[in-house]
Ligand binder design. Structure first.
Ligand SMILES: [Zn+2]
Length: 344
């Protein structure tokens, strides 16, 4: 079992890991539609933002460079831990319009605690040669950021690769040639339904470094226990927002359920502060409530895993149960289990 707990010493305070960074779509739309959650769920006093989209949203950027703090703009407490990624995910379809220096400058101006380096995600459709170029380019961007970062900021090098060997070589190369506080594995979202492949890539990264390991974009309800089992230190997710948009209700221990499939229930199977006293109908009518519940569901999944680990119960036995209902994830977990056992 590779699950581990650590404490990160960040400019704004300490952060206990493993941790989930809920994604805020600040800057992406005319108004940020993430409901306020900071301060309501203790372990989620953290957020992931996209540095590029905030910088590109002129009115917002003007406010932020004229005295309004990022946390004020987000409506969260000033001690909220912020992970600013480069916005590289947008470069799957758009041209890179930033440089490592400009991205660092934006991350610094936003007072972010954790910086992700500029990267070019791989695409499933791309040819091998093009993907190879993207992997190399992301590595060069990361090294440039490492050269230019003087102080402050916890720097995570964004790493890509479609096979375990590329991921491993990449992390080792960056480790030897740059100065990073950890690594962030990207390009997982387009292949997220291939659980076994994703699991192998994550394990390759985990084996290549003992430093902090973040996985971009996979913090949903089903992946979360797998990531924890594989020793991932942090992850991010916008699944709670996206699911709520589809009237999809996340149930810890199970997964997502469309509300229309269970309409005959009066109360939902969750005692969180949102669902505990509301009826199913009330929650269905209130997207913000549904989004908040979905975040609670992610918190519950994380708390359960921690409980199993701290109480000395057998995590593999728990995960055998957790995944038994889904053949695809069960197979991925079985693969992970075999690989992890070989390591420990
Ligand atoms: Zn709930």
């Amino acid at each position: 079992m590779l699950y581990r707990r650590r404490t990160l010493d960040l400019p704004r305070g300490k952060l206990e890991t493993p941790v989930l960074f809920p994604v805020r779509n600040l800057g992406k739309r005319s108004s940020d539609n993430t409901p306020a959650y900071a301060g309501t769920i203790p372990e989620f006093s953290a957020a992931m933002i996209n540095a590029r989209s905030i910088r590109n949203r002129e009115p917002m950027w003007n406010r932020l460079t004229n005295g309004v703090s990022l946390r004020e703009e987000m409506g969260v407490p000033e001690d909220t831990i912020v992970f600013a990624d480069s916005g590289g995910f947008d470069f799957s379809s758009e041209e890179v319009d930033t440089t490592p220096a400009e991205t660092l400058d934006t991350q610094r101006q936003l007072n972010a605690d954790i910086y992700g380096t500029v990267d070019l995600p791989l695409s499933r459709e791309n040819r091998d040669a093009e993907n190879e170029r993207r992997v190399d380019q992301s590595t060069q961007y990361a090294l440039e950021a490492s050269d230019q970062l003087d102080s402050g900021g916890f720097l995570l090098a964004s790493v890509h690769g479609y096979d375990p060997e590329t991921v491993r070589n990449n992390v080792r190369y960056l480790e030897n040639h740059g100065d990073f506080d950890g690594y962030a594995l990207g390009s997982m979202v387009p292949i997220r339904t291939d659980y076994t492949k994703v699991t192998k890539l994550i394990l390759a990264a985990r084996k290549a470094t003992d430093k902090h390991l973040h996985v971009y974009g996979l913090g949903g309800l089903v992946y979360q226990p797998l990531l924890l089992y594989l020793g991932v230190d942090s992850f991010d997710s916008s699944a709670f927002i996206r699911s709520a948009g589809n009237r999809n209700y996340l149930i810890p221990g199970f997964g997502g359920e469309e509300l229309r499939n269970i309409e005959s229930l009066e109360h939902l199977p969750c005692p969180c502060p949102i669902c505990g006293q509301r009826s199913l109908d009330e929650i269905r009518e209130d997207r913000t409530a549904l989004t908040r519940h979905n975040l609670w569901a992610l918190a519950t999944e994380l708390r359960r895993f921690r409980y199993v680990a701290e109480s000395g119960r057998d995590i593999e036995e728990y995960l055998d149960l957790r995944f038994q209902g889904n053949e695809v994830t069960l197979r991925a977990y079985e693969t992970a289990k075999q690989q992890v056992r070989r390591l420990t």
